[in-house]
Design a protein around this ligand. Structure first.
Ligand code: HAX
Length: 435
């Protein structure tokens, strides 16, 4: 059995040496250029950041430590966290050792519930989650060790400590928020010996006689764990952490980015859109009805949620994985059937609309295929989790794994404080024509 701590302690010196040698040998080489459009366009495609936990290939989707997602879809979240951090798949004993770490750390302090109870009852669940994480900052081992003068080479150790504590508590906090915010009754306690995904499913209190919901939660937590380094939540977490702010500050900040409608909130918006169209057409709409509805959405200047991506140029494998799960577990469910039908219609609609946009002198829609958010909501809905604003919290619990793995590795590699150069529009006017 290999613990996370021991495995990292072995790997880190090798990785440090590798990076030092790359920098020594090729530090001056140019790997990217920046155009004026990229500077105004969210730095899309600019290579200016290193992330080793995962990469997103435009034509393949998410690849975690060299493993295409659909090849590792059966791994449990504990395995995924180990893989993200160390690059290795854990054996059963190692997985169990992570579960025991979580068992030891899963108790959520009472003051967190006091803070959450003090918030207005209509607070968004993402705001509650972010606040709960932030208020635990006082417990950061990283901050305490830093204040005691810990040497730089050890920064990763208390960061990992903070990460494990935060991950152990997150399902309980997130489930507690669900039960508090939606008046579902008392909180349900963490069950020792049960895995992270099933524990979260159980603490939410969704009836699950066949265990299908727990299975979905493991898959969901696996699929949302990481998406390389440049997405809003990961990059925000990275930037905050680069100032040596601890894991509580960094993850809370990253999740505030995830809460945006163009990022993690899209999964709540997606299901809304699906239910709206079903309501309008009183059931599973025909393809013609869906086409009209999609165009109506676009003509109102809105986006079709769940479609498009900043990096991907193919169907998101996470969408494919959820679709397969739905086909196996709920093929007769009308909401799921609508999701399937949308997939037959919307890419063509977006393609046509994109052509119209180009004729009108606007940018094309770079990717007309579904992303992770296009299908996941229908699966949650099927099992009775019907409070849409909560969906991003599930995403957040999972994404914390990627953010914390990246943060720990950045501490280990001594990654520099983030500080790209900005220029003014005045500067652009003077310099772009000469470039
Ligand atoms: N519907 C309508 N228009 C769309 C669109 C969609 N689904 N996807 C992109 N476009 C539009 C953009 O709004 C943009 O229009 P403007 O130039 O008028 O602003 C134009 O097409 C070009 O955008 P792009 O280059 O294709 O895409 P971006 O990298 O700028 O944006 C987004 C990527 C994911 C934000 C975008 O595709 C979108 O808004 N999709 C719908 C919302 C969504 O599903 N978000 C979740 C993404 C996955 C994720 O991060 N989850 O957390």
């Amino acid at each position: 059995m290999a613990t996370i701590q021991d495995t990292l302690a072995q790997r880190i010196p090798v990785w440090r040496e590798e990076i030092a040698s790359i920098r020594k040998g090729f530090g001056e080489k140019v790997i990217s250029q920046v155009t004026v459009d990229q500077a105004y366009g969210g730095m899309r495609g600019v290579k200016g950041l290193v992330c080793d936990t995962s990469v997103v290939e435009p034509d393949k989707g998410l690849i975690i430590r060299g493993n295409p997602l659909l090849e590792i879809k059966d791994l449990w979240p504990e395995d995924i966290f180990f893989l993200l951090l160390t690059g290795e798949r854990p054996d059963t004993q190692t997985r169990e050792s992570i579960q025991r770490e979580y068992d030891k750390r899963a108790d959520v302090p009472d003051y967190v519930w006091d803070v959450l109870r003090a918030m207005p009852s209509d607070s968004h669940p993402m705001c509650m989650l972010s606040t709960a994480i932030l208020c635990m900052e006082r417990e950061s081992r990283f901050r305490a060790s830093y204040d005691e003068g810990m040497p730089k080479g050890d920064y990763w150790m208390p960061t990992l400590e903070d990460s494990l504590t935060l991950l152990a508590r997150l399902p309980g906090i997130a489930a507690g928020i669900y039960r508090m915010r939606y008046k579902k009754g008392d909180r349900i306690a963490w069950t020792k010996g049960l895995d992270w995904g099933a524990n979260y499913a159980k603490m939410l209190g969704i009836p699950d006689p066949q265990g299908g919901f727990a299975q979905l939660m493991r898959l969901y937590l696996n699929f949302h764990s990481d998406h390389e380094g440049g997405n809003v939540s990961a990059f925000s977490c990275h930037t905050i952490g680069s100032a040596l702010s601890d894991a509580y500050y960094a993850v809370s900040g990253g999740l505030n980015g995830l809460a945006g409608p163009l990022h993690g909130l899209a999964n709540q918006e997606c299901l809304n859109w699906i239910l709206e169209v079903m309501k309008k057409f009183e059931g599973v709409p025909s393809e013609k009805a869906l086409r009209d509805f999609a165009f109506e959405t676009l003509r109102q200047g809105k986006v079709v949620p769940g479609y498009g991506h900043a990096v991907l140029r193919v169907v998101d494998p996470r969408y494919t994985g959820f679709l397969e799960f739905g086909q196996k577990h709920m093929a007769d469910d009308p909401v799921f059937q609508t999701v399937e039908r949308v997939f037959n219609v919307v890419p063509k609609v977006l393609q046509e609309y994109s052509e119209e946009r180009v004729k009108a002198g606007k940018a094309p829609i770079a990717n007309c295929w579904p992303n992770v958010d296009a299908g996941s909501g229908a699966l949650l809905y099927h099992y009775g989790l019907k409070e849409f604003p909560y969906y991003t919290v599930l995403f957040a619990v999972s994404r914390a794994m990627g953010m914390l793995a990246q943060l720990t590795l950045n501490r280990a590699m001594g990654t520099a404080i983030t500080r790209p150069k900005s220029v003014s529009t005045q500067w652009m006017k003077a310099n772009a024509p000469k470039a």
